[in-house]
Ligand binder design. Structure first.
Ligand code: ADP
Ligand code: 5GP
Length: 187
């Protein structure tokens, strides 16, 4: 094993519970930092600049692509999302591990690299439950929910690209499964 940090890539269809589970993992594994992405999506009412995301305009995002500032980027649910190359490189070089909340297209770009990584896909128990959770979360319009549900099938079809698949039906059980993966991979 080298002394470089690892990237933990976590993907899931929107509403599967990825953000909820990532927060639980970050609370527990203090040595793990979160890679804050850039997005052109407007902030939700409980989201904070520089904590959840760096919220940028489409023009600023395109400039970042042009400057080669992004390790990966993708258009997801009609907005752009991307990971800062500088942040990831600096942390890995210092031996620090990072958790990335990333869509399937972005994860596939990183999977092609030689970076040291662990890949995890969070599955909802069913599309019906996913739909119910998105509605209950109450952060998105019906139109946005429909786009996200439409994309869910394509995303789920690619789950076998990941090393681990965790079903988030019972939250406690999904948490335990994730904790085991992180503990095993950190040794
Ligand atoms: P994502 O980040 O994958 O879009 P969230 O973490 O925002 O999903 O979860 C979507 C909604 O589902 C939230 O309201 C969250 O509280 C709820 N949720 C997450 N996990 C579960 C679970 N295991 N059972 C029931 N509700 C859940
Ligand atoms: P949300 O709008 O719900 O926060 O995120 C929508 C999707 O964008 C999720 O699938 C999430 O994993 C993905 N995402 C968040 N940040 C990034 C990123 O930096 N790069 C890529 N490719 N996807 C991201």
């Amino acid at each position: 094993m080298d002394n470089k940090g690892k990237l933990y890539l976590i993907s899931a269809p929107s509403g599967a519970g990825k953000t909820t589970l990532i927060q639980i993992v970050l609370e527990h594994f203090k040595g793990l930092s979160y890679s804050i992405s850039h997005t052109t999506r407007p902030p939700r009412k409980d989201e904070q600049e520089g904590l959840d995301y760096y919220f940028v305009s489409k023009k600023e995002f395109k400039e970042k692509i042009k400057q080669g500032d992004l390790l990966e980027w993708a258009e997801v649910h009609e907005n752009y999302y991307g990971t800062s190359k500088d942040f990831v490189t600096k942390n890995l070089d210092q031996g620090k591990s990072l958790l990335l909340d990333i869509d399937v297209q972005g994860a596939r770009q990183i999977m092609k690299s030689a970076l040291n990584m662990v890949t995890i896909f969070i599955m909802p128990p069913s599309i019906e439950v996913l739909s119910h959770r998105l509605k209950k979360r109450g952060t998105d319009s019906q139109e946005i929910i429909e786009t996200r549900l439409k994309n869910a099938t394509t995303e789920i079809a690619q789950k076998n690209l990941y090393q681990y698949v965790v079903i988030n039906d019972d939250l406690e059980q999904a948490k335990e499964e994730l904790f085991k993966i992180f503990k095993d991979e950190m040794n």
